[in-house]
Design a protein around this ligand. Sequence first.
Ligand code: NDP
Length: 483
Amino acid sequence: MRAQPKASHFVNGDWMEDDAGEPLIVTYPGTGEVIARLHAATPAVIDAAISGAVEAQKAWAALRPVERGRILMRAVAIIRERGEELAQLETLDTGKPIQETREADWPSGADALEYFAGLAPTLTGETIPLGGDFAYTIREPLGVCAGIGAWNYPSQIACWKSAPALSTGNAMVFKPSEMTPLGALKLAEIFIEAGMPAGVFNVVQGFGPVGAALSTDPRIAKVSLTGSVPTGARVYQAAASGMKHVTMELGGKSPLIVFDDADLESAIGAAMLGNFYSSGQICSNGTRVFVQKGIKEAFLARLKERTEAIVAGDPLKDETQFGPLISAAQFDKVMSYIDSAKAEGARLVCGGSAGNEGPLFVQPTVFADVTDAMTIAREEIFGPVMSVLEFETEDEVIARANDTQFGLAAGVFTGDLARGHRVIGQLQAGTTWINAYNLTPVEMPFGAVKQSGFGRENSRAAVEHYTQLKSVYVGMGPVESPY
Ligand code: NDP
């Protein structure tokens, strides 16, 4: 088994195994080959991880922020040195093309660690003069945070959550998706190699119940989840009963609006990136592409030409641009959405079938003449299926773009920058782009409104979600009391 780690879990600075846990078989989606056999965490493993984290957090929080930052920076250097090895592992774990995992996954994780390593030492409180007496504030860590990840960006998610959490003095117990358990284990190993004290970052494997055990444990101060809206609702509810902090990065059905004065090649390129990168398994994808009536047919003709030129194939080959879906269940789900689009009368422009490169491939697919009521325009597919919808006026497209329970992302392509800002200002979404799409640099807050989530990752904004303020009132004179 070519990606078998030393054990299933990483707890208290070391590998940990408990064969009593439910078996967890890891396959390479490119071929279906079994690459690792692990076990889900038993209650004993979960308890060891949380107790270890509680213990380690105190000393970690007591370090100078610059010392914590230095350790994170060493981890960044290791990640960059081993970029190729880590990209290969990420491709085996997810089936995403090596082209992508070299550029996007660990590199974006390293950026997050680097950013928060530098930011943490700059965080200070404020002094509040009160005419003799005064007050000051201290930004404190929350304690032990649980991170629960989805399978589409397993290593990036582990880094995006651990970077703001650890840099500000928290410890973390991280549960990856059971489909992609390998990257987070690598991160835990790298942190130890970089000099992080044992117990600060722990990884426990498992299915939903392990995530649920973390969300309900009273020793966990915060839960940060990347996942679907239904799971988010369950975790939010569980966290609420313990009054825990939460960050929820959930699903979407985001609009990408192309006006008739847009640069057509850029808009088409962005629509393709926002639907076909990672085989469409990206939460912020612009899956409802609204194209203004006058340019719609030209847009579709060129989109078809470019989409049909995408190179699908073995994800480990350099030239491959497009890989399989993560699992048979996801494949069935995506194919059933394609069937529903055909049955509901959408016009198939290209794709629309399973690919012949392997069992989990779905062709990059474009549907035109999609209406707002069709299932593919309303529900998150999480696969390479683009819906193109026609619109005529600005007001109309804003209303239609906002007519969804989701609110993660949105994009506008136009040559009129005033219109770009005006339209973005009215779209109900947490993360938006003008004449770009799906770029998520660590410097920019990333997050959602409406049912797509709560809280922000990346940027200074993430610090708010991993720290709490303590106010200290300092009395400088005798206490005046009426008693
Ligand atoms: P799921 O919601 O199925 O799972 C997310 C994580 O939660 C997994 O680790 C899962 O474990 C775990 N989990 C499941 N049930 C519970 C529970 N009751 N309590 C605690 N944890 C639980 O999402 P997927 O893994 O299928 O990922 C796809 C979804 O993630 C899409 O909706 C996508 O939009 C969203 N996503 C959002 C992103 C964002 O930043 N907004 C980014 C990436 C994806 P297990 O897998 O073992 O069941």
